[in-house]
Design a protein around this ligand. Structure first.
Ligand code: MN
Ligand code: MN
Length: 331
């Protein structure tokens, strides 16, 4: 069994030793884990400013300050769940297709082990590989997609596999249950009004950055009911958050979520059946004072904590063994 607990605070200073996500142990084999945190240092899919290949390393470094108790959920996620840093995907920086195969293999192993993959990118192209692996295990999944961009463009310079297209490809490949899909924080200039057609045609619910500003995050959270009871994937592009809070990213758009709204949104996923998550587009070369990586580290803690809080609530609702009726046995 993995002893998957963060290293103690004192007497070992949190700035000492090798950096892992939230100072969790590095456990390359996901067997026995509940949540496996995986780095995907790939940025061959960017269209503008590069750099998210350095995201996993920098988020590890700036997650040293994350502690072990979540005061809002009232839970110690690393005691409730076995969580570890399983390292990075051995990416191929030169070939997007080969990289997808590598992501699918790594994430497939995590899913086969019964753990939830929580991945730190990398640019947003990686989500297609992740969704392929997740859908193979769970079928078409619901989606919470936080982003300034819909990432449903068709192609860029003739290439259909880049960070502006993963969710269009995912819909085409049948990986998403679009009736249970929601995009939050979409904003900024696009090339044409028709850019929004694909999501509309597939009935993906789109909540724009302007909607969040006008109606408030509580209103946004009410729309999460759309996710239902089935398996859901969370894809969090850090550029969904305003560049005032997250400047270290490749395609920044002003008028985004605050860091508080981002945290509230993830906390509101309590009760949702998250089967996988990613946090992408952190580009440390464009960061200032590490604030983007610090935000990403905290959002990572929020994701693991909400998974822990959801499971704890489920256990509370099913206290102890009970008699199994004939109907249930027949299922
Ligand atoms: Mn994106
Ligand atoms: Mn984006």
């Amino acid at each position: 069994m993995n002893n998957a607990r963060p290293r103690e605070g004192p007497p070992l200073p949190r700035f000492a030793q090798l950096a892992t996500f939230m100072r969790l142990p590095h456990v390359p084999d996901p067997k026995g884990l509940d949540v496996a945190i995986l780095g995907i240092p790939y940025d061959g899919g960017v269209t503008y400013r590069p750099g998210p290949r350095f995201g996993p390393a920098d988020v590890r470094q700036h997650s040293r300050l994350i502690r072990t108790y979540h005061p809002v959920h009232g839970i110690k996620p690393f005691e409730a769940l076995r969580v570890a840093d399983v390292g990075d995907v051995r990416v191929n920086p030169m070939d997007v297709q080969n990289n997808y195969a590598r992501i699918e293999t790594a994430v497939g192993a995590i899913l086969d082990a019964g753990a939830v993959p929580v991945c730190v990118g990398g640019d947003h192209s990686v989500s297609l590989g992740l969704l392929r692996a997740v859908a193979r295990q769970h079928g078409a999944v619901g989606l919470v997609h936080v982003d300034a961009h819909q990432d449903m463009w068709d192609e860029h310079f003739g290439n259909r596999y880049f960070h502006g297209a993963p969710f269009r490809r995912a819909v085409e490949e049948g990986l998403l249950d679009t009736r249970r899909a929601i995009q939050i924080g979409i904003r900024g200039s696009v090339n044409d009004a028709a850019d929004f057609d694909f999501a509309r045609q597939h009935r993906v619910r789109t909540i724009r950055g302007e909607d969040v500003a006008r109606e408030g995050i509580a209103w946004v959270i009410r729309h999460l009911q759309r996710l239902g009871r089935g398996p859901v994937y969370l894809s969090f592009d850090i550029d969904g958050v305003d560049p005032a809070f997250a400047p270290g990213t490749g395609t920044p758009e002003v008028g985004g979520l605050t860091s508080r709204e981002a945290m509230a949104l993830i906390r509101a996923l309590k009760g949702v059946r998250l089967v996988g998550a990613d946090l992408v587009e952190v580009s440390p070369p464009y960061d200032h004072s590490h604030i983007t990586s610090l935000l990403a580290a905290n959002l990572l803690f929020e994701i693991v904590s909400v998974i822990a809080a959801t499971r704890a609530e489920k256990r509370r609702r099913r206290p102890g063994p009970r008699k199994v009726g004939r109907k249930e046995r027949a299922r």
